[in-house]
Ligand binder design. Sequence first.
Ligand code: GLC
Length: 530
Amino acid sequence: MDSNGDGFGDLKGVTMKLDYLQKLGVDYLWLTPFFVSPQVDNGYDVADYRNIDPRFGTMADFEELAKEAKRRGMGIMLDMVFNHTSTEHDWFKRALSGDKEYMDYYIFKDSPSDMPPTNWESKFGGNAWEYVPALGKWYLHLFDKKQADLNWENPKVREELKEILCFWKNKGVSGFRFDVVNLISKADYENDNEGDGRSHYTDGPRVHEYLKELVGDAGIEDMITVGEMSSTSLDNCIRYSGESEHELSMVFHFQHLKVDYKDGDKWSLMPADLKALGKFFADWQEGMQGANAWDALFWDNHDQPRALSRFGDDGKFRDKSAKLLAGIIHLMRGTPYIYQGDEIGMTNTHFHDITRYRDVESKNYYEILQERGLSEEEAITVIDERSRDNGRTPMQWTAEANAGFTAGTPWIEVVNNFGRINAASQIEEENSIFSFYKELISLRKSHKIISDGTISFDRNMPEGIISYTREYEGKTLTVWGNMTENEIQAECKGGVDRGDILIANYEDAPYTKDDTIALRPYELVAVLDK
Ligand code: GLC
């Protein structure tokens, strides 16, 4: 929400909407980075970790937000981007001027000016090294060239980062998300002959040691901490959040969101492989449980296209599929995260014009895809499906101009379905997507079986059906979700009594005395004690 009409959402705007979040049942608010930044990557390029970018407000605005959130029983979680800084950060500027102490804050390597030290690729396209003629050296940037990777091997860097955590802790922050934090320990600086370089720095050799040190020394063990883990493994996630090492409270991992990447390539489209989706959920949920490790449950965030447009149907079955997707993850084992707009069924942008996109990654890949031989039309079709901007358009508050987000011109266009899809029309509506989310949140708070129960998946379901059972103190809760637009018969031993249905997304939820249940398009059913 933009409070001052400059077109950017801001801290005061968030404070204005705390009552809305409270109504939904939110306990914690994760804010993406609002620190001083040249905004090459929407704030994930931080130039000053202790100050707020004026476009988002002032420190006084933040303190007011923290106070008002606390008054409503809500914690604030900040997003710490510690794998890299902006090249506008004072440390990097000093490094560029040749100050040896600060050069050691980053990863500078010698190599001839026409030969990057390794063949690693930046996650945003192109080589991951940038040459600095004045120094005769290259620096590493796993993301944009204006995001220089920090050298975690240097204990001074680690000290600086701990102090930043303490600074925000003292401001009343009670949780942290750590951005791409499993990339901080680089194994070596060798060419990657099989891939894009990620095997040389993903879940690297000292990452567990660094995380323990960071959390321990900053004294944030009792806070909610979540690590964003890029291309990670189950074994590592068990170490990050499991009882034996317990470095963080929980982890974000992404396997379930790659099931529509053809040959593992985000920029190659294919229909979602629903069998793989079900298997990833099953393997990771059960695997994490086995080690008492904890998942962050989510479909969407600021880096993902809307799951509703991707795995659901944002047309005819929008209402049903939005509720289905919500139910599938909210009834699982872990901590659910709702990304702004999911709770009202917001959709992808459908912009179909590169000038309407803002994201650096989308703009780069629009060019790269054409270099790879795609036509403009083919390239924009891929961008429409995969752009991170799909999740970044303004929150649709009302049916008024700019969806009520700003009195000025929004920094990125509002999706032009806000007349139909907006919060105002759903808040008081009993059968709305918003009310469904609200109910899921409240059920989790009233039913220990949801928050604390064990989970086991039925791996023999027909393709397209995700089904799992939660257990707690002798009770069971079984969930079926039909991820397709077809009716599918699924097994339900002993039938389903109407009275046992805890939550469902069709009003006339099915009941049956048979051992099978006919699940309609995008139907979700959760049954207690069956
Ligand atoms: C994370 C963020 C993403 C950002 C990247 C680099 O993946 O979620 O938005 O571009 O890290 O900081």
